[in-house]
Design a protein around this ligand. Structure first.
Ligand SMILES: C[S@@+](CC[C@H](N)C(=O)[O-])C[C@H]1O[C@@H](n2cnc3c(N)ncnc32)[C@H](O)[C@@H]1O
Length: 325
């Protein structure tokens, strides 16, 4: 019998895990692509945000920009292509536990762990927190139970005493009397610890972009927070074919430490001027449509990229959490 977070750790990062075996970076997510994978526009906008942070910090040099959970490094390549003003001082670094120490595109380094010193650093974590192993708990008969995995099925166990205060803080309703249960929710202990560890190093900013909700209660009410993906499909059962499916959760902001500013990805990108960039793209395309060159196609592509990035039923609804320790 395995606690769910241990099972997830094995499925994603064990020897034959989804990420460690390379399955995760090959055709990862298929039609459920991440924002940097949509195209170069996301990098241009994040570059604008980095410029704001760099200016506000007095233009530090070096200015260390870390993409945590970088996967194949698409976000870093997008930033490098965008060349914002802070590029004159930045050191672009990727961190991914499932990638060995490598360099991409010459001087961008990907390493397995965050550097120990995060002074003058900005950490960007796009769809990382949802991938950190989580436990599953619910209220039952006035106490709490936790999900374990045994022989391909979920099995309930009483929650260990040490974790009861954390579960009680989730504010779950129901399960007060015999036979009653509340909805199950994820207990995001690894994600909370990861954020706590990063903030303790006092970086300039931590920016996490992920799917989720403001509260655990909201996840309990709507359900559907436990997700699995594989190349072109969204799965339904995290217990089938261990290691062949990505396992993720919607995050709950109220389980994360500190007091991040939270906006939707659509609002974040509007603030950074996505509309103006799309207008510019459309104008350039209309001017050159008769004899389009690569630049004209890139500009036209901003229109469809923007639609995907601010889609209120998809990436636009992702939460952007910004900590300024
Ligand atoms: C869903 S992918 C994110 C992809 C990428 N950020 C993007 O936007 O396309 C999550 C990545 O986080 C990595 N990861 C998981 N836990 C990590 C940790 N503690 N530190 C660094 N990377 C981690 C996984 O190996 C995986 O490559």
């Amino acid at each position: 019998m395995e606690r769910f977070d241990h099972y997830m750790e094995r499925c994603l990062y064990g020897p034959d895990g989804f990420y460690s075996s390379g399955t995760g970076s090959a055709g990862r997510r298929g039609d459920f692509i991440t924002s940097p994978e949509v195209g170069p526009l996301f990098g241009v906008l994040l570059g604008r945000w980095l410029d704001q942070v760099w200016e506000a910090a007095g233009r530090p040099d070096p200015f260390v920009v870390i993409d945590a959970g970088t996967g194949p490094g698409t976000l870093l390549r997008g930033l490098a292509m965008a060349e914002p003003a802070c590029a004159e001082a930045w050191q672009l670094t990727g961190v991914d536990r499932a990638v060995a120490d490598v360099r991409i595109d010459g001087d961008i380094r990907i390493q397995p762990e965050l550097p120990a010193d995060l002074a003058n650093s900005v950490i960007i974590a796009n769809e990382l927190l949802d991938n950190l192993p989580f436990r599953i708990v619910r209220r039952s008969d006035g106490g709490f139970v936790e999900s374990f995995v045994s022989d391909g099925a979920f099995v309930d166990q009483a929650l260990d005493e040490a974790t009861v205060p954390a579960a009680a803080a989730l504010g779950l309703r129901g399960g007060d009397s015999a036979g009653q249960v509340s909805e199950s929710v994820p207990l995001l202990h690894d994600a909370a610890q990861w954020v706590r560890d990063v903030l303790a190093q006092k970086p300039l900013r931590l920016l996490a972009l992920d799917y989720g909700d403001a509260s655990t209660a909201a996840l309990a009410a709507r359900g559907g927070w436990l997700r699995t993906y594989r190349s072109h499909a969204k799965g339904s059962d995290p217990l089938i074919e261990p290691g062949l499916w990505d396992i993720t959760t919607d995050i709950a902001v109220d389980q994360l430490p500190g007091s991040p500013a939270v906006v939707s990805q659509a609002a974040f990108l509007h603030q950074l001027g996505i509309d103006e960039l799309v207008r510019e793209g459309r104008e350039v395309w209309e001017e050159r449509a008769a004899r389009p060159d690569m630049e004209a196609f890139r500009m036209r592509s901003r229109i469809s990229e923007s639609e995907a990035l601010i889609d209120p039923t998809g990436l636009g609804s992702w939460l952007v959490l910004e900590w300024a320790p």
